[in-house]
Design a binder for this molecule. Structure first.
Ligand SMILES: *[C@@H]1O[C@H](CO)[C@@H](O)[C@H](O)[C@H]1NC(C)=O
Ligand SMILES: *[C@@H]1O[C@H](CO)[C@@H](O)[C@H](O)[C@H]1NC(C)=O
Ligand SMILES: *[C@@H]1O[C@H](CO)[C@@H](O)[C@H](O)[C@H]1NC(C)=O
Ligand SMILES: *[C@@H]1O[C@H](CO)[C@@H](O)[C@H](O)[C@H]1NC(C)=O
Ligand SMILES: *[C@@H]1O[C@H](CO)[C@@H](O)[C@H](O)[C@H]1NC(C)=O
Ligand SMILES: *[C@@H]1O[C@H](CO)[C@@H](O)[C@H](O)[C@H]1NC(C)=O
Ligand SMILES: *[C@@H]1O[C@H](CO)[C@@H](O)[C@H](O)[C@H]1NC(C)=O
Ligand SMILES: *[C@@H]1O[C@H](CO)[C@@H](O)[C@H](O)[C@H]1NC(C)=O
Length: 759
């Protein structure tokens, strides 16, 4: 048994090895060299040809086994046929008895074990459609009866549209996917109707239209029913007459049940019913007349009887008029309501009555006396006779509002010498308003204001400011008396002139530390804006606006700095700038300074005199004795400190005789001016803070200094109080001791060698 099983399995394995499309096929090597498609007998054929689409594949393979080939045929991109074959013959797709619907682009695809190749595309065109065939189920019908028509396209396939025609005019169409269609036809008119049909085959993107079928005749016989319209009275119908209208049918043969009658006038349905319809009404005037219609409907059959009845107007619609044509509020006026024409055959003029809306009692037939309303108001009127009422169109009465007393004002600014614009304006009053400008009761000019945005502006010119009061406005907007307004009350701006600048005190008396007022005066109309300038400066010293015609600029404390040329400028609302004369301010020195300078000069002269006396005396005494007087600045760099040194030789001092060899008086260093002080201009600085103190130094006991000194030195030092804010903490400022005979570098004393300051 086990042996038998083994044998069977071996046989299976062997079979599977030998069988194509199995394991062996996987090892078989092949290539699809080419696939081509051709159409036989030709790509352009006529209807009914047996067409073959041939798909030829060229495949090379290594083995002897046949390969499984799957062919797919496409028409216009969609798959139409698929077949698998192991034959290596050409694959044929047959289109026997080809139709237009077979037209299209063909392609084929071969697929061997997943490897596929697509052929070229070929276009097949089939020419010719079969002639349609029409069949009618009846040859004779009565009005409203139905008829079935069938149209066939023999042998055609695909999507087909069928069309049915009556006397060449398309009456129905049907789309079907078969080769025949049916249509139910109705006929509107009596007589012979010629019916035919056509069809169209759609092969995207094209469509092919067939020829016409042969036509068939249908005879439509009239249904013997007629609607009848009767109107009484028949002639000369006037407005207000009573009318009776009858709508019925005249039936020749059988009576039909599903019949409906409609009686209408214009667009309004008056009555409806099944067999007979009537209607009564009062005739109304209407152009071109009353249009009655009697309509019968039975199934698809519609029959109409119509008639237009002219109606003569009894009287025309009234018109409402007013007189006078223009009225002011509350003024009396007349409103007249009148019908111009009336049918004298039927009525007398006095039969017509008129009423006004809103109601007013008439003075006479159709004449109403009313008072003009305050606002726009609508009136209508009505005329009435024989139960007929006619209304007029709306009359809108627009009462005029009387003009109010005009106001007068200056538009903008009134500037003397320039054109002045004067505005006349009434607060109320209907337009148009005529404004007249008067100058001293003489009309100057007139303007008419027609629109709300307009203004009555007059341009005038005056030569004196008082003339502005001469102007008045007058306003008028109708038949009423014109209204004269008040005189113009406005300020005329006189442009500035005659600017003058003066100084207080007098120019000769302007002293340092005094005060100075620069007064600017002008003529013209305030407010005035003044500006003071110093010649050469671009910016004003001050700008002030005042209601006066003069203004001063004050310098409270005058210094030399303030010397210069000054002028002022001014302008007012006339915007003209005026410039004054220039004044030359020269600041003189203060009296006390003059005195001080005099005193100092006197002192210097005295010192010089003493020095000269001493000089001559010493010349007479010992000639060898030498005395030197030197006055020199302690340091050229130091501005504030001044050192005066008087050195005597010991011998000379002891002998109490002084011989002056040389004397020099030099530099008074100029002191820097204090901030804001006016002493800068002083030639000689006044130094009230300087004190001269004599300090006698005994001979120094310091042995280190001893060799440098010769005898006893007397040193006169200046002890100067430091200026305010100086960095020095001592009561006396920096002091320098200069030894005449010794090395100046060594002989200098340092500040710490000085005695401590006594507070
Ligand atoms: C088309 O083929 C059919 C048989 O399939 C044959 O009867 C017919 O005659 C052929 N028509 C033409 C035009 O060859
Ligand atoms: C018109 O119809 C009404 C009923 O709707 C009837 O009473 C009247 O008599 C009819 N008039 C005439 C003139 O036939
Ligand atoms: C009246 O009827 C006739 C035919 O009966 C038609 O020609 C005409 O247009 C109709 N008039 C109106 C206004 O319906
Ligand atoms: C007057 O009638 C007109 C239309 O005719 C309407 O526009 C207007 O508002 C009416 N005026 C008044 C005051 O009723
Ligand atoms: C009156 O005013 C008009 C412009 O409003 C001006 O053209 C005309 O010159 C004026 N006439 C007189 C006399 O001022
Ligand atoms: C206004 O003046 C013109 C002529 O300038 C005149 O025709 C018109 O009637 C006047 N209008 C009024 C309301 O006075
Ligand atoms: C003119 O107007 C001023 C104010 O602008 C007023 O004080 C003065 O009383 C007026 N004069 C007259 C005559 O109306
Ligand atoms: C101008 O002068 C007024 C006083 O007349 C003073 O109040 C004002 O500060 C001054 N202005 C300038 C910029 O000097």
């Amino acid at each position: 048994m086990g042996l038998l099983l083994l044998l069977a399995s071996t046989t299976l394995l062997l079979a599977s090895y030998l069988h194509p499309g199995s394991v062996t096929n996987a090892q078989q090597v092949f290539t699809i060299k080419d696939v081509s498609l051709s159409i036989e007998p030709s790509a352009d054929v006529s209807r009914g040809t047996n067409v073959t689409v041939r798909c030829r594949a060229s495949v090379s393979s290594s083995g002897q086994e046949a390969l499984s080939r799957e062919y797919t045929v496409y028409k216009d991109g969609s798959e139409v046929y698929t077949k698998t074959t192991s034959s290596s013959d050409d694959f044929l797709y047959l289109l026997p008895d080809a139709r237009v619907s077979n037209s299209g682009k063909y392609k084929c695809k071969i697929n061997i074990e997943g490897r596929q190749r697509t052929s070229n595309a070929e276009k097949l065109a089939v020419e010719g459609l079969s002639k349609p065939v029409l069949h009618l189920n009846k040859g004779v019908v009565t009005e409203g009866e139905e008829l079935t028509a069938r149209c066939t396209a023999p042998g055609e396939t695909g999507s087909i549209f069928f069309y049915f025609y009556d006397k060449g005019e398309e009456i129905q169409d049907k789309q079907v996917n078969s080769n025949q269609a049916e249509a139910v036809l109705h006929f509107r008119s009596v007589g012979i109707h010629r019916i035919h049909c056509t069809y169209t085959v759609f092969v995207r993107p094209d469509s092919y239209k067939s020829e016409e079928s042969s036509s068939a005749a249908v005879s439509v016989k009239e249904l013997n029913i007629t609607p009848v319209l009767e109107i009484s009275p028949q002639h000369q119908i006037f407005e207000g007459d009573h009318l009776n209208i009858f709508c019925s049918v005249r039936v020749a043969q059988r009576s039909t049940d599903s019949m409906l009658l409609y009686l209408s006038e214009g667009t309004s349905l008056l009555s409806s019913g099944s067999n007979k319809v009537n209607h009564s009404m009062v005739a109304l005037a209407k152009a071109p007349g009353l249009m009655f219609e009697c309509r019968m409907e039975m199934g698809n059959v519609v029959k109409i009887a119509n008639r237009t009845v002219p109606v003569t107007e009894l009287f025309s619609a009234p018109t409402l008029t007013m007189s006078p044509a223009e009225v002011f509020q509350r003024e009396p006026m007349k409103l007249t309501c009148n019908s111009e024409r009336f049918a004298s055959e039927r009525i007398q003029r006095n039969e017509l009555t008129y009423t006004l809306h809103p109601l007013e009692n008439p003075m006479d037939t159709g004449v109403f006396s009313v008072k003009a309303p305050l606002r726009d108001f609508n009136y209508t009127c009505a005329a009435r006779a024989k139960g007929i009422e006619k209304h007029s169109e709306t009359l809108t009465v627009r009462p005029r509002v009387p003009v109010s007393i005009p106001k007068i004002s200056v538009y903008g600014k009134a500037i003397l010498g320039k054109p002045i614009q004067i505005l006349c304006q009434s607060d109320s009053g209907s337009l148009p308003i005529n404004y007249t400008l008067f100058r001293e009761y003489m009309p100057e000019n007139t303007t008419s204001v027609r629109l709300p945005i307009q203004e009555a502006l007059f341009t005038v010119s005056i030569s004196r400011p008082e003339e502005i009061k001469k102007f008045m406005c007058e306003a008028s907007n109708g038949r009423r008396q014109p209204l004269l307004g008040p005189r113009l009350n406005a300020t005329v701006i006189v442009p500035l002139s005659h600017a003058r600048l003066s100084a207080v005190p007098n120019l000769q008396e302007i002293l340092e530390d005094g005060h100075l007022n620069l007064i600017c005066r002008v003529e013209g109309t305030p407010p005035v804006t003044f500006k003071w300038y110093r010649v050469g400066d671009s910016k004003p010293l001050n700008t002030t606006t005042t209601d006066e015609l003069h203004k001063d600029y004050m310098v409270p404390i005058v210094t030399k700095e303030h010397s210069g040329r000054y002028y002022c400028e001014a302008f007012n609302h006339a915007r003209n700038l005026v410039r004054s004369n220039e004044v030359n301010v020269e600041v003189r020195m203060a009296v006390w300074k003059k005195a001080l300078i005099g005193g100092i000069c006197l002192l210097i002269v005295s010192v010089l005199a003493v020095a000269v006396v001493l000089y001559f005396k010493s010349k007479r005494g010992k000639r060898e004795a030498a005395a030197e007087l030197s006055v020199k600045p302690s340091s050229p760099k130091s501005d504030d400190s001044l050192t005066v040194s008087l050195t005597h030789d010991t011998e000379v001092y002891n002998a109490a005789t002084v011989r002056v060899d040389r004397a020099s008086v030099s530099v008074w260093s100029e002191r820097k001016p204090d901030a804001g002080n006016d002493e800068e201009s002083s030639v000689v600085s006044n130094e009230p803070d300087v004190e001269y103190t004599e300090v006698v130094h005994p001979r120094s006991a310091d042995p280190a200094r001893a060799p440098l000194r010769k005898g006893t030195d007397t040193v006169y030092s200046e002890l100067q109080n430091s200026p305010h804010g100086a960095a020095d903490h001592h009561d006396y400022g920096s002091v320098e001791y200069t030894e005449l005979n010794g090395d100046p570098e060594i002989s200098r004393l340092h500040p710490q060698d000085l005695p401590e300051p006594v507070d």
